[in-house]
Design a protein around this ligand. Structure first.
Ligand code: GAR
Length: 212
């Protein structure tokens, strides 16, 4: 049974998608806890409604990043996770944190990495005038929004798009690729080799959506 801890900061729709997939497909996994760095994160209510332990570690109560991350490690490790899933966890993590969970820390970023790291990715995509945009699930390394990519999904960008419309289109694909990536991890199908993630047996690691 794979033990998973999910970290959120807000709405938690990716966490929800993972929880629903785990239930629907009867994953050999347990979501041991959902942890938020914000006390009012909407996703906490959903976790509680599913009888998943929901914990808060408020970053604003810590004097610096290192002391917050040290406490966060303690809290996460109290659930002995095999996998830590960042699902809209809007904190830059220290090198020590990332090293501690090396090879078992996944993140989703709302762009086709390596394009548009950082914040406001949908605005960045519209400003750049790209014709496709998307999302990426990747293993976390010390470089922000980099690290071996597990799966990506692309969506078209239309001339009439706003950041909100684009965000919605991308989010729908996030809810497809994140559960899939977590399932691959649970099933031991992922290996990292030279910054590449291989899935065995092979499966498409790039989805192309034509949804409007
Ligand atoms: C998602 O779009 C996720 O990709 C993004 O935050 C949103 C969280 O939504 N993450 C990042 O920007 C991380 N750099 P959710 O709380 O509904 O899952």
């Amino acid at each position: 049974m794979t033990s998973i801890v999910i970290l959120i900061s807000g709405r938690g729709s990716n966490m929800e998608a993972i929880v629903h997939a785990a239930q629907k497909e009867a994953w050999p996994a347990k979501i041991a806890a959902v942890i938020s760095n914000r006390p009012n994160a909407g996703g906490l209510d959903f976790a509680r409604s599913q009888d998943i332990e929901a914990a808060v570690l408020d970053h604003s109560q810590f004097k610096d990043r290192a002391s917050f991350d040290a406490e966060l490690i303690k809290l996460i490790d109290s659930y002995s996770p095999d996998l830590v899933v960042l699902a809209g966890f809007m904190r830059i993590l220290t090198g020590g944190f990332v090293k501690h969970y090396a090879g078992r820390l996944l993140n989703i970023h709302p762009s086709l990495l390596p394009l548009f790291p950082g914040l406001h990715t949908h605005e960045q995509a519209l400003e750049a005038g790209v014709k496709e945009h998307g999302a990426t699930v990747h293993f976390v390394t010390e470089a922000l929004d980099h690290g071996p990519m597990v799966i990506q999904a692309s969506v078209p960008v239309f001339p009439s798009d706003t950041p909100d419309l684009l965000a919605k289109r991308v989010l729908k694909q996030e809810h497809v690729i994140y559960p899939r990536a977590v399932r691959w991890f649970i099933d031991n199908r992922l290996t990292i080799s030279d910054n590449r993630v291989l899935v065995s047996p092979p499966e498409l690691q790039m989805l192309t959506s034509t949804d409007k």
